[in-house]
Ligand binder design. Sequence first.
Ligand SMILES: Nc1ncnc2c1ncn2[C@@H]1O[C@H](COP(=O)(O)OP(=O)(O)OP(=O)(O)O)[C@@H](O)[C@H]1O
Ligand SMILES: [Mg+2]
Length: 340
Amino acid sequence: MQYAYGKKIEPNNGDLAVEARGLVKVFGDNRAVDGVDLNVKAGTIYGVLGPNGAGKTTAIRMLATLLRPDAGSARIFGHDVSKEAQIVRQLIGVTGQYASVDESLSATENLIIFSRLLGLGRTEARRKSEDLLEEFGLTEAAKRPLKNFSGGMRRRLDLAASLIAQPPLIFLDEPTTGLDPRTRAQMWDTIRRLVKTGSTVLLTTQYLDEADQLADRIAVIDRGRVVAEGTVDELKASVGTSSLHLKVKNTLAIEKARKTVEQVLRVQANVSAEAGKITAPMENADRVTDLLIALRDAGIQLSEISVQKPTLDEVFLTITGHGVKEDASDESNKVEVASL
Ligand SMILES: Nc1ncnc2c1ncn2[C@@H]1O[C@H](COP(=O)(O)OP(=O)(O)OP(=O)(O)O)[C@@H](O)[C@H]1O
Ligand SMILES: [Mg+2]
């Protein structure tokens, strides 16, 4: 984490918090970021969605002046990240995939030190630290040294530290990866609160549902390039709102099942014949009732049926024509309708 807090510097471009044009970063022969354009409106939450190795962290590091772009340019509230790095640093907070705190000190001590470094007085530093520890559910653990903290607790403390001086623009690199569901929801609330109180947030995530919950707009990045950009609704509309997964008991019945699915849902279904599996996009999850009746009338027996939100893998498959390499699909999206 790195941030700066000093004399008040007003953003000089009211409308766009981030404006990146053709950003490139090359490591050896790997074009980690390969010509990225981004526009983030001030006062919004912007999600950068992509699988492992897509270039999310590298892009953020360039926007946050931690890494020099090999080509292209970026402005933060109108200030150039290369030519006006000092000003940019005073407008941003970065928190993310790296430890930022002193292991031997307690959570309270860490936050107080950060607060003091940022210019807060002693009383103010203590008050602010206590408020943040409470907000992140760390009050109980606050006196223990950090080396005894779990990964999730560290992540919460890292975000808390970056919020001491709530900067106009906050970069959050995978803020909820590895958090339990309750803490994840708490983090989402905090992020929403940050925006309500005037900040702009640019966050990266591998989870479609997280982007869905939080982001006003999303850029999907794949292999260093933006492959889709728009509001969550636009992105979802391009993928379909639900997807049907079903498995037939007798694989010989699969063709008949496919025809039934296509007739009832009026879409094209994908068949994996050897596994006896059919998947199809669904406009409306309610149609599953009609489908079940039609399948029964056709004498087709199922061993499994579920309706799921599109996974990251499906988004990628639709947008890029290939899936993500690692299994980054979010199983928690799964809505079981029936297990037969
Ligand atoms: N300092 C570096 N030196 C060499 N290669 C790097 C460096 N940082 C990143 N890379 C490579 O650049 C590519 C993009 O990495 P990056 O960390 O930006 O991906 P990411 O989208 O943040 O992935 P994750 O979801 O795993 O955090 C990867 O192939 C990575 O191996
Ligand atoms: Mg990353």
